[in-house]
Design a protein around this ligand. Sequence first.
Ligand code: MN
Ligand code: MN
Length: 399
Amino acid sequence: MTQQTPDDARTNSPTTGSDALQPIRSGEGANIIGPRNLTREAEDRDLVRPPKTDKGSLPNMRWSFADSHTRIEPGGWARETTVRELPIATAMAGVNMRLDAGAVRELHWHKAAEWSYVLKGQARITAVDGDGRTFQDDVGEGDLWYFPPGIPHSLQGIGDDGVEFLLVFDDGNFSEDNTFLLSDLCARLPREVLAKNFGWPEANLADIPKEELYIFQSTVPGALDADRTTGAGPVPQWFSHRMMTQEPQCFQGGSVRITDSQNFPASTNIAAALVELEPGAMREIHWHPNGDEWQYYIEGQARMTVFASGSISRTFDFQAGDVGYVPFAMAHYVENTGTTPVRFLEVFASDRFTDVSLTQWMALTPHELVAANLNLDRNLVDAMPTQKYSVVPSSEALS
Ligand code: MN
Ligand code: MN
């Protein structure tokens, strides 16, 4: 017999037993009587029982780093989300990496631009540009770094417990396994060429690694000032930025911090927003006129519906450690569906953050026209805010 559960029982449903979430909605559907992956279904409630408004087929727009292969190396690990894992995500790829205290992501460079958000702990990061100008800094939770394509750099965990961070690259095909590594370079060139290049006898190179290191355990470096090299002076645009110390745009129900090339000038290929939502609050319905959005959920639980035009929309659920993706121009909202705050990053392969607010668009279009389009009372349209509210509060907070 088909078991009935309320349509709007979004939270607090048991994940096991006969009361588990069922694909039953407004008297339609039927309960699952075959095998179930209850923990996965509990994470994907809006796939098991989609809102009635969801329609048509959309590519998958959610991936969890929990489903990515973890590359384990001495002193750390890395796992990535590329087009291999999430095929729709062609514009950007992400890596979640951990470096224990003293562990090093070895000296390297790559073709893509690298943007990073520090999730926990502390790191020392270094780079040198083509004019011999140098960069060294220590970064902590909530800080960003950005390395332009081709600029060689290093990362090292410092402090008591090292660091964990998120990397985003402006190419969905980018893989952390295909970077230009110092050790690999030296292993792949004739030994006499290396010796000639450095003006050394070959014997000096007897112990260089025969294979790439990628991540290796070393010791925690001393004070930053003692570690500095100067060269031709500092890089003209500093490669780190304190995102969390930015004054946020505050709204009833949450806040937004935007970092792009206007306040982080080095970051010419990546723009981002850090969004915080209280329970029930929502990142308003909007879209982006300048490219795809790559999301990373830092904490909390949320859902997002993506409207793809042509009567197609689908709802996806997210939690900490998940990646979301929204193709160019598709409308979406992100709603906190849990009982704790949501924090997530919206990242763009662009020099600037920009979005179009549905509410603001309607409020700034001739009101009679908007009222006629949606068959609304003109007074409702007249009262819509012309200012952008990037976050809207929960319905309870309004009543
Ligand atoms: Mn890198
Ligand atoms: Mn967005």
